[in-house]
Design a protein around this ligand. Structure first.
Ligand code: PLP
Length: 467
């Protein structure tokens, strides 16, 4: 593609995206295709001769769009949001255009230094403790996802608790344990599997029935039982905004218990953490100053296209110690000087995209003020929605809802609740997903779309509450 062709098709693509955002509301939120429909519409063999880009755009409309579930639809209330924005899309496009691979400082100093700087900015925006800033012993890095953050936190924790032995000897069988609430996201169990500890190394600590937060006394008991048996506690994961219910664990207390036994405390605030851009929600981060690592996803609720997980550590030496390998072909003067960050040592892969560009673009476009308004708007809508649920005798709320997730059900029971979800989702008018709380099927109304307004939440309640 010549620069002129790129210019022409590039304009068409930008127009396509702008039209998509203008019209997304008129599309069914949930894709209505059956398994295999999309592949059946694609040619079985790749083209022998190059095709004009118009053909790609045509198939995007005709073949692929029906198989898209519209995450950017204002009535998408499923899972947690993965909201996007113009500045993030353009930042991502620029990163693709530059096509740099920022594995080392030397392979693109701007990619590394902007990332360090933007993560410091972001820590300031969230008022995170100084322990996480790059000016001290900590620092931030963009991970692909919160699941990667949990995995690298576990690898760093194993490094620290074993004095570096796990890198050489592996983790053995039944030697180390990981602790988290029974409400925590499945990524923690996956991290145990990937790190070779196995799912049996994970202790799921029961939650308080009222707050759905982990019970510190039960964590302490589980750790003490392990220590008596000769098992080493490696990692405790606290949730700020657990996936099913939005529960917030008592991070400070959990950190104290973890540290008394030499374990690492990681905070998974994948969805909720970004709410701290607004001072009135900063209480969610109480106790985070005692954590060893913390992650939150701008790619969920802060206008930054997937993928962008912000991950901070208080002691970068543990992370780098766990992950650094320096083969001859990566040696260079800047690395040897010790004066630079090489982000290849801060995550699992070697190569990395220039993801800081999109976060930088978002922060600059919206400013702290715009980001606060974004989060506040969704929280206000969720509070209104929760008040309608509470006022309707047929429904009950199942969890505290201080932010923008409302977990609720029909009092008529599991079957009726599931049937309601299927009815509203198949209408194409909105999309929401479910969880199980205390053995009961519950619906999750996660409000956070960039385009979501009060009228969309009202229409959702209309649909949910009409027989
Ligand atoms: N942690 C929590 C609390 C989540 O809600 C999720 C996803 O919804 C994850 C982790 C996993 O996120 P990611 O897709 O970034 O790995």
């Amino acid at each position: 593609m010549t620069p002129d062709e790129f210019r022409r098709y590039g304009r068409e693509v930008i127009d396509w995206i702008a039209d998509y955002y203008e019209n997304v509301e008129s599309l069914p939120v949930l894709s209505q295709v059956a398994p295999g429909d999309i592949r059946a519409a694609l040619p079985s063999d790749p083209p022998e001769h190059g095709e004009p880009f118009e053909a790609v755009l045509r198939d995007l409309d005709d073949v692929l769009l029906p198989g898209i579930t519209h995450w950017q639809h204002p009535s998408f209330f499923g899972f947690f949001p993965a909201n996007a924005s113009g500045p993030a899309i353009l930042g991502d496009l620029l990163a693709s255009g530059l096509g740099v691979q920022g594995m080392l400082w030397a392979t693109s100093p701007s990619a590394t230094e902007l990332e360090t700087h933007v993560l410091d900015w972001f820590a300031t925006l969230l008022d995170l403790p100084s322990t996480f800033r790059s000016s001290g012993s900590g620092g931030g890095v963009i991970q692909h996802s919160a699941s990667d953050a949990a995995l690298v936190a576990l690898i760093a924790a194993l490094h620290r608790v074993s004095g570096g032995r796990t890198e050489r000897e592996g983790v053995g069988s039944g030697r180390y344990a990981v602790y988290t609430s029974e409400q925590t996201h499945s990524s923690v169990e996956k991290a145990c599997r990937v790190a070779g500890l196995g799912a049996d190394a994970l202790r799921k600590i029961p939650v308080d029935p009222a707050t759905l937060a982990v019970q510190p006394t039960l964590l302490r008991e589980a750790i003490e039982t392990d220590v008596r048996r000769g098992v080493t506690p490696a990692l405790v994961v606290a949730s700020i905004g657990a996936t099913g219910t939005g529960a917030i664990d008592p991070v400070g207390e959990l950190a104290d218990i973890a540290h008394q036994h030499g374990a690492w405390l990681h905070v998974d605030a994948a969805w909720a953490g970004v709410a701290a851009v607004a001072p009135e929600f900063r209480w969610i981060n109480d106790g985070v100053g005692r954590a060893d690592s913390y992650c939150t996803n701008p790619h969920k609720w802060l206008l930054t296209n997937f993928d962008c997980d912000a991950f901070w550590v208080a002691d970068r030496a543990a992370l780098v110690g766990a992950l650094s390998i320096l083969p001859e072909y990566l040696r260079n003067a800047a690395t040897e000087s010790g004066a630079v960050i090489d982000y290849r040592d801060w995550h699992v892969p070697l190569g990395r995209r220039f993801r800081a560009l999109k976060l930088w673009a978002v922060i600059r476009w919206y400013g702290a003020e715009g980001l606060r308004e974004h989060v506040r708007g969704h929280v206000a809508l969720a509070q209104e929605f929760a008040s309608w649920v509470a006022a309707d005798d047929r429904f009950e709320l199942l969890a505290p809802h201080p932010l923008a997730l409302v977990t609720f059900r029909l009092r008529a029971g599991d079957e009726a609740t599931r049937a309601l979800m299927e009815r509203v989702n198949s209408s194409g008018e909105l999309y929401l997903t479910h969880t199980v709380v205390d053995g009961k099927v519950a619906l999750r109304m996660a409000i956070g779309g960039t385009l979501t307004e009060s009228r969309h939440v009202q229409a959702a309640w209309q649909l949910l509450s009409s027989p």
